[in-house]
Write a protein that binds this ligand. Structure first.
Ligand code: NAD
Length: 255
């Protein structure tokens, strides 16, 4: 479905990362991948994963640092000239504020959370729009805590709401280049970021019990949905928040 297509994946930290599930699936389907890692200490985990893929290239990129992102895109343009898709599976917030009441969020963490978890996608959209081929595709990851209150999700819910609205505005801004912009809203997953939310295990068990399919999504299923959203099969789909959550979001009152 995406043979001969090239793209960048932001957000692999380890083999539980959603970005890794997507990378594996896209690679199996013939894509050439540029994988970014946040810093040297994560490279130790990301390099062995990259080596498992057929065709991948590694670049350091810290989305909290303007220079790092700029340099990352310079390297990509120099080496690859054009790309076909970008996956943004990145979020950050101070763990101590993913606990208790939203009202206690500090200004510093509010700005940092919104910058890394939301604005970075807008910045990446701008930088990549110059090197994306026509009919290219941008994809980000979000969570249901953007529109309903989930205990302890707090400022991350606000960041995800802003991210989802960014998807809609960006899809119009880039529509004239036929570039599509979408988000996958995933079930709770057992990842590093997921575990940073206080009582994440209880949230995981609640959505598992109460989703229409009585389970949570698996990594390879997110990969399949991402494959569809970056491939030509979804050519007419943009500005969408696509739920891949075993039907949890449609439940009003659980059985
Ligand atoms: P993860 O911890 O494996 O991935 C998060 C990634 O963000 C890491 O690779 C980390 O290096 C990267 N990151 C954080 N700060 C960065 C920075 N300054 N520069 C560059 N990279 C940075 O966790 P994950 O669950 O795979 O998260 C991926 C995405 O999926 C996030 O947007 C998350 O909110 C979203 N999501 C997660 C869940 C869940 O339950 N785990 C559910 C729905 C959506």
């Amino acid at each position: 479905m995406i043979k001969n297509k090239k793209g960048i994946i932001f957000g692999i930290a380890n083999d539980h990362s959603i970005a890794w599930g997507i990378a594996k699936k896209l690679s199996e389907n013939g894509a050439e991948l540029i994988l970014t890692y946040q810093n040297e200490s994560l490279l130790k985990r990301v390099k062995p994963l990259a080596e498992k893929l057929n065709n991948s290239f590694l670049i350091e990129c810290d989305l909290d640092k303007e220079e790092s992102l700029k340099k990352c895109f310079e390297i990509i343009e120099d080496k690859f000239q054009k790309i076909d898709f970008v996956i943004h599976a990145v979020a950050f917030s101070d763990k101590s504020e993913l606990n208790g009441r939203y009202i206690s969020t500090s200004k510093e963490n509010f700005i940092k959370t919104l910058n890394i978890s939301c604005f970075s996608f807008t910045k990446i959209a701008k930088l990549s729009s110059k090197i994306l081929n026509e009919e290219g595709s941008l994809l980000t990851l979000t969570f249901y805590g953007s529109n309903k209150v989930i205990p302890n999700y707090n400022v991350m819910g606000i960041a995800k709401a802003a991210l989802e609205t960014s998807v809609k505005y960006l899809s119009v801004d880039l529509g004239n280049k036929k570039i599509r912009v979408n988000a996958i809203s995933a079930s709770p997953m057992r990842t590093l970021s997921g575990a940073a939310i206080t009582n994440s295990r209880e949230i995981f068990n609640y959505t598992k019990k109460n989703s229409a399919l009585n389970r949570n999504v698996e990594l390879n299923e997110i990969g399949n949905s991402a494959l569809y959203l970056v491939s030509d099969l979804s050519k007419a789909i943009t500005g969408e928040i696509h739920y891949v959550d075993c039907g949890f979001n449609i439940i009003g009152i659980p059985k």
